[in-house]
Design a protein around this ligand. Structure first.
Ligand code: ZN
Length: 301
């Protein structure tokens, strides 16, 4: 088991983009500031996508402009193409992530391009981002199963990881975009990845749409993965089933890791405060569990 785990907070992007209510720019900035006060060192601020496709992310450049940047915190953005990558760099993003799906049907439904077209795009984006001197990361979506195509062969996942690295992605994240992973599969995929890319760090973006999220984290920890994405309050990540859990919840994940003696550098009460702030802004209860059950007393001392 790793002694320490690193969490990238994706709530302001992956969470808010799935919310019906669109927060104001000032509210987003306040939320990101509250998240920065919890010890998080990596926060996904927003997305440079077409506003007509994702109106929740239309003001990402303004959010970046208004951020009170905390030293040591990486404020990242996602971009689907070169135009988005240029906008992210111009807005002052500290890192840019591109998404690619492991299957043709998901990639077409997500970005309306074939996987090969997306890969050509990745090469161009990589040049834009790297010439700005900031990290360029790739997220491989539906790496553990696709809602359209079902089972995704591990060899396919590894092949696309190799292509992304060849095209200049510095870091890779495997996404369980619709919550189809289970602990045995997580273990198999991670071990196969390690064998193929022994020196390449790996991050997992796991979802809990079918309840297996934290079990999948345990499986990943057991084979040495220590970098995860999660979302404050557990918001987002399940656009087709409102109210159902999607993204893993940052404070639930942190609570479990601390109980297991795995350090995160995060302040749990401050995370709960940020989740409560988010609830007030959204005007509805968030899916996270710790915010309802409370932090176990021995963890707060
Ligand atoms: Zn997600």
């Amino acid at each position: 088991m790793p002694a320490r785990a690193h969490i990238r907070e994706v709530g302001p992007r992956d969470g808010l983009q799935n919310e019906e209510k669109i927060l104001s720019t000032a509210e987003k900035i306040r939320l990101i500031d509250a998240l920065g006060a919890t010890g998080l060192t990596e926060i996904e601020v927003g997305a440079f996508v077409r506003p007509q496709n994702v109106p929740q992310m239309a003001d990402t450049a303004e959010v970046f402009a208004g951020l009170r940047r905390r030293p040591g915190v990486t404020y990242s953005a996602i971009a689907p193409n070169v135009v988005g990558a240029r906008r992210a760099v111009a807005a002052g993003a500290d890192a840019v992530q591109v998404f690619l799906s492991a299957t043709e049907s998901h990639n077409r439904s997500n970005v309306n391009m074939s996987v090969e077209q997306s890969l050509a795009n990745v090469a161009d984006m990589g040049e834009v981002v790297r010439s700005a001197g900031i990290p360029f990361d790739a997220v491989l979506s539906v790496a553990f199963g696709c809602p359209f195509e079902g089972h995704v062969p591990i060899e396919r996942v590894l092949e696309l990881c190799g292509r992304l690295l060849d095209l200049g992605a510095e870091r890779l994240t495997l996404g369980d975009t619709t919550g189809m992973a289970h602990p045995v599969l997580v273990r198999q995929v991670v071990l196969a990845f390690r064998e193929r890319f022994p020196r390449q760090p790996l991050r997992l973006h796991l979802h809990s749409a079918r309840g297996a999220g934290l079990a999948n984290i345990l499986a990943a920890l057991e084979v040495g993965v220590a970098e995860f994405d999660s979302s404050i309050g557990g918001i987002g990540g399940c656009p087709f089933a409102p109210g159902a859990p999607g993204n893993l919840c940052t404070e639930d994940l942190t609570h479990m890791l601390h109980e297991m003696g795995i350090a995160t550098g995060l302040d749990l009460p401050a995370l709960i405060d940020a989740a409560l702030l988010l609830e007030r802004m959204l005007g509805h209860v968030v899916p996270g569990q710790t915010i309802k059950a409370g932090i176990c007393k021995h963890l707060t001392g």
